[in-house]
Design a protein. Structure first.
Length: 240
């Protein structure tokens, strides 16, 4: 399959400390690729570099274009979008207004923005019920849905998700992962960073294990979930 996203020997440093060291990965169109690993492994740093939020060395290409030549806004306009771990909502604005801000790149086509808003409300009925509610009053799960919906307003081709299950109750986590799988069925490619290794591997096509800034293992997700090297450290026990 043709690669939609490629990272080749990427290095990211904070001063003299390298948080990401020589990471290479590939994501094909239509795939869910997950990067798993413990807190501090460099997962979030890698996403920030791909989005252009941190300087990086090494090769990074998206849809054939050199990412080093693209500003953050250009990446978004080309369909590369990030939902950050912090969610970064406008807490004083309503659900609907937060979503409309996500459609900013399509602001010249009001009818298309309104149609997309209706699509997001269909995908997240809870948000439709709370469209006039201020975002700061939402539950944790609703805030995650809103953060995801706001980015989807831009109609991304490749959606990068940073710890979407963090701090959420198990029932909400299952709903979030069902949504991720549904987005792939709609043609959205996904790069998923997750500490919940089992949930990530169960929905992904391919996986990379990151430890102390380096790729330690990678392969098809159904194979890695059975790998005994992951079981005791990341999956809560042996894999039968």
């Amino acid at each position: 399959m043709t690669a939609l996203l490629e990272a080749d020997g990427v290095h990211v440093a904070y001063g003299r400390v390298e948080a990401v060291r020589g990471v290479s990965l590939t994501l094909a169109a239509g795939q869910i690729v997950t990067v798993i690993g413990a807190n501090g492994a460099g997962k979030t740093t890698l996403l920030a570099a791909l989005m252009g939020l941190l300087p990086a060395r090494g090769g990074m290409r998206y849809d054939g274009a050199d990412l080093a030549a693209l500003e953050v806004e250009d990446r978004v306009e080309r369909g590369l979008c990030l939902v950050p771990e912090q969610r970064e909502l406008f807490s004083d604005l309503t659900v609907a207004d937060n979503l409309l801000l996500g459609g900013y790149v399509q602001r010249r086509d009001g009818a298309r923005v309104r149609a997309r808003l209706d699509e997001i409300f269909s995908l997240f009925p809870h948000l439709a019920e709370r469209r006039r509610q201020v975002a700061g009053t939402l539950s944790g799960g609703e805030r995650q849905m809103l953060a995801l919906g706001r980015v989807l307003m831009a109609r991304p081709r490749l959606l990068m998700l940073d710890e979407p299950s963090l701090g959420l109750a198990p029932l909400i986590v299952r709903e979030i992962f069902r949504t991720i799988i549904a987005l792939r069925a709609q043609g959205v490619s996904i790069l998923l960073v997750e500490q919940n290794a089992r949930a990530a591997l169960e929905c992904a096509d391919y996986a990379y294990l990151l430890e102390t800034g380096e790729v330690r293992l990678h392969g098809p997700a159904p194979e890695l979930i059975r790998d005994p090297r992951l079981a005791s450290l990341y999956l809560g026990g042996d894999v039968g």
